[in-house]
Ligand binder design. Structure first.
Ligand code: HSE
Length: 300
């Protein structure tokens, strides 16, 4: 039997729309083994919302079997979901990577990590969540003209901590992408290119001052903000409490503050107070970056 563990992710980090993502230490687990028939078990967080019909994990397993042309006669898979759905924490990326790695293990690992990433990106449409879910760390990635995914991994500095406010309400990625304009003024493109490049250098060197000055996006957050309850108030409260960055996590509805470990309690309490004051249902959660990415272990 194989146990595959896949982290949640936060994409964009402000100016890195569809380019940058970071793995978070919160996981979904996929346990699978060959069997005479197909048996699918669903468990974990929000399991009442998961269905066996049209299940993304199973669809991705079938895609890999189809690509290789090798189908096991049956398998047993238990999916223990650990990532809230439609909240901007990469639940679909976790499901895609979990499904592809499970299928790959069941037919003796025909695909390399890079081939898995390519297939995952084809399924998801952009690599910014699937790349860190597979590889861990902070990943800058893009698909170049020949279809290849080019990426670079940055290990987040030791003191980096994240505080997330995960609202109870969901936002579908497609509706959140629907409010982002299709074209921009050149000055907005330059704003994001310069901010993103400098911010990445800040994450590479642990320069929180440069991160605080550059985690400011002008191509998606200003448009998506209207879908997010209390975005400006939550941002102010996190920054006032010592966070050096604040962003919409992926397509939302979660928001994420970045701070030093030393400030994590203050930032968390401040977000909690603001959430209470605004009366928005949800959870404030402290989560460390995940440095390993997805793992696949053989178990008895
Ligand atoms: N980069 C994507 C977005 C992440 O912001 O829409 C969600 O899939």
């Amino acid at each position: 039997m194989y146990r595959i563990t896949v982290p949640a992710t936060t994409a964009n980090l402000g100016p890195g729309y569809d380019v940058l993502g970071m793995a978070l230490s919160q996981y979904s687990v996929f346990e699978c083994e060959l069997s005479d028939e197909i048996v699918i078990e669903l468990d974990g967080l929000e399991k009442e919302k998961l269905t066996i019909e049209n299940n993304l994990v199973i669809n991705c397993m079938n895609k890999l079997f189809e690509k290789i042309g090798k189908y096991p006669s049956g398998y047993h898979i238990k999916i223990t979901n650990g990532v809230p759905l439609a909240r901007g924490m990469g639940s679909s990326a976790t499901a895609i990577i979990g499904g592809l790695l499970s299928a790959n293990a069941l037919i003796d690992f025909p695909l390399s990590k890079d081939a898995i990433l390519e297939l995952a990106t084809e399924i998801e449409g952009h690599p910014d969540n699937v790349a860190p879910a597979l590889l861990g760390n902070l990943i800058v990635s893009t698909k170049i003209d020949n279809g290849e995914i080019v990426y670079k991994s940055i290990t987040p500095f030791d003191e980096l901590m994240c505080v997330l406010f995960i609202p109870d309400y969901e936002i579908s990625t497609s509706s959140s992408r629907g409010v982002v304009p299709k074209s921009f003024e050149i000055r907005d493109a330059i704003h994001n290119m310069s901010h993103l490049t400098l911010m990445i250098m800040g994450f590479m060197t642990g320069d929180t001052n440069i991160i605080s000055k550059t985690m400011n996006d002008v191509i998606h957050e200003p448009y998506r903000k209207s879908l997010i309850l209390g975005f400006d108030e939550l941002k102010k409260s996190a920054l006032d409490a010592g966070a050096f960055g604040f962003a919409l996590s992926g397509a939302g509805s979660t928001v994420i503050a970045f701070c030093d470990k030393a400030d994590v309690e203050r930032v968390s309490e401040s977000l909690q107070e603001t959430r209470n004051m605004l009366g928005i249902a949800g959870k404030v959660k402290k989560i460390e970056p995940c440095r390993n990415g997805a793992t696949c272990e053989k178990i008895d």
